[in-house]
Design a protein around this ligand. Structure first.
Ligand SMILES: [Zn+2]
Length: 54
């Protein structure tokens, strides 16, 4: 069994769809993630932000 790691959701800021997951490092935990990623729902590159915990 693998040890559970703190995965975070990366959500499209336009449609709120969770498109990506990433591991959060201690360094990255300091600030909110904002990434430009392709959203298959919007069918374009949008700004993606860190989703809520859970
Ligand atoms: Zn979207």
């Amino acid at each position: 069994m693998a040890v559970k790691k703190p995965f975070i959701k990366i959500q499209c800021s336009v449609c709120k769809t969770t498109n990506y997951f990433t591991k959060k490092s201690k360094k990255a935990a300091e600030k909110k993630l904002e990434l430009k990623k392709f959203c298959s729902t919007c069918r374009k590159t949008t700004l993606h932000k860190e989703g809520k915990k859970g």
